[in-house]
Write a protein that binds this ligand. Structure first.
Ligand SMILES: Cc1cc2nc3c(=O)[nH]c(=O)nc-3n(C[C@H](O)[C@H](O)[C@H](O)COP(=O)(O)OP(=O)(O)OC[C@H]3O[C@@H](n4cnc5c(N)ncnc54)[C@H](O)[C@@H]3O)c2cc1C
Length: 386
């Protein structure tokens, strides 16, 4: 990058949202600069984990089912183009349902309306297929046969590599919070004092958005500490590998679990929001109470792993909006600044659709979706999207 170079668009943040946005903007013909303080899908970023679920199920929220369908196609096209199909692992995604399970029943209905491929399994069939799981309290399930896992960190880095090959300029730099008003932002400044000039600015800073725009977003995006565990599987035992073990969602207990991918162990995480967390300075060491909670759950659901050792653990963060809907909107004071984030623990899979929609918004060919508008974000946390 030369000192006086100007860009049509500067995208701040190379997580999944920023990476796909930079890539899609470039494909639409723009000169794009992509900037990240710590690097694409770094270990502090929400996109920085090993793996993320791509599922179509969202209860009655067909808006996300449709976005996930679009994104799934785009992910697969990308992985085929770069000849890295293993960045998606088709494990299947199994929803464990109770009697009168309104979320899973709504998911079924949405699947029928949106042509998602699925199997409805009764308890007998679940027990027959998945003897590793203890399913006494589970009455039925939905198996999304085509869904599975995106190898998250590697996938984002692949998007950035593709974007760079297509002509996006990438820069490692930390951007200072922009000053508010007048109605157009002329430039942004790095912490080392370098000025970056662009026609438009997109801030895709995930959990850092409230730090960059404290007056606007501090009360609207809540950053919570989330813990992830990889349990060591028994030696010589492949019962926890895909395809024998699917990815499964126990939404009623706010637990999800991934099979032993890449031989890292069975991945299990508690989806309940943790305490507030600082993505820059937070220590990423798991709490002993969470280890106990995970073990207690495993003892009930996967008795074979009741005493399995924790082989690896991670602390990440969610950047939650009031109800879990994304934020994709223009800054209210700058007509050339766009904000994208609020992934709320489920954003990863949607990276391609978010990038595509933002590109259409910026070109003026689409309007802001009300559910993603800044005006619909509230202070009080009342999670509705899972
Ligand atoms: C434990 C866990 C499990 C999850 N599981 C799933 C799942 O299974 N499926 C799913 O779809 N989603 C899942 N999610 C959610 C998903 O990972 C996030 O919604 C998504 O990664 C958010 O991406 P992002 O690009 O908005 O933010 P990030 O990935 O955090 O990217 C923001 C980037 O901005 C950069 N940045 C910040 N400030 C500055 C600055 N001042 N200057 C320059 N750069 C800056 C950061 O370095 C960072 O790289 C999970 C999240 C967590 C934490």
């Amino acid at each position: 990058m030369t000192t006086n170079q100007t860009f049509d668009v500067a995208v701040v943040g190379a997580g999944v949202f920023g990476a796909w946005t930079a890539y899609q903007m470039r494909r639409a013909g723009a000169e794009v600069l992509l900037i990240d303080a710590y690097g694409p899908a770094n270990s502090r970023a929400s996109s920085g984990g090993e793996s993320r679920i791509i599922r179509m199920g969202y209860g009655q929220d067909a808006i996300y089912t449709r976005m996930a369908q679009r994104s799934f196609t785009a992910w697969q096209e990308l992985f085929d183009r770069i000849d890295r199909p293993q960045l998606f692992q088709q494990t299947g995604v199994l929803w464990l349902a109770r009697e009168n399970d309104s979320y899973c029943e709504a998911t079924l209905k949405t699947f029928q309306q949106t042509n998602v491929k699925f199997e409805r399994l009764d308890q007998g069939e679940l027990k027959r297929r998945y003897p590793q799981l203890e399913l006494r309290d589970i009455s039925w399930g939905i198996l999304e046969t085509d869904s599975g896992i995106l190898m998250a960190r590697q996938a984002v880095q692949a998007v950035v590599a593709e974007a760079s090959a297509a002509g996006v300029t990438y820069l490692t730099a930390a951007i200072r919070p922009p000053k508010t008003g007048p109605d157009k932002l002329q430039s942004i400044t790095t912490t080392s004092g370098r000025e970056i000039v662009a026609g438009k600015f997109i801030f895709a800073c995930g959990p850092w958005l409230p730090k960059l725009f404290p007056e606007l977003l501090a009360g609207l995006i809540h950053v919570t500490r989330q813990e992830v565990f990889f349990l060591g599987v028994p030696a010589g035992d492949d019962r926890f590998n895909s395809p024998g073990m699917p990815t499964w969602m126990d939404i009623n207990e706010l637990i999800y679990c991934l099979p032993n991918l890449d031989n890292r162990g069975l991945k299990i995480a508690i989806d309940k929001h943790g305490p507030p967390f600082d993505p820059d300075t937070g220590e990423r060491i798991v709490n002993p109470e969470s280890v106990n909670a995970v073990r207690a759950y495993l003892a009930r659901r996967v008795p074979l792993l009741a005493d399995a050792p924790v082989a690896e653990s991670r602390v990440c963060q969610y950047e939650n909006t009031s109800n879990g809907d994304f934020l994709i909107d223009r800054h209210p004071e700058f007509e050339n600044v766009w904000l994208v984030g609020g992934g709320s623990g489920h954003g990863f899979k949607h990276g391609p659709a978010v990038g595509e929609d933002l590109t259409s918004l910026i070109s003026g060919s689409a309007k802001v979706e009300l559910r993603f508008a800044l005006a619909t974000k509230e202070q009080a946390q009342q999670r509705k999207v899972f």
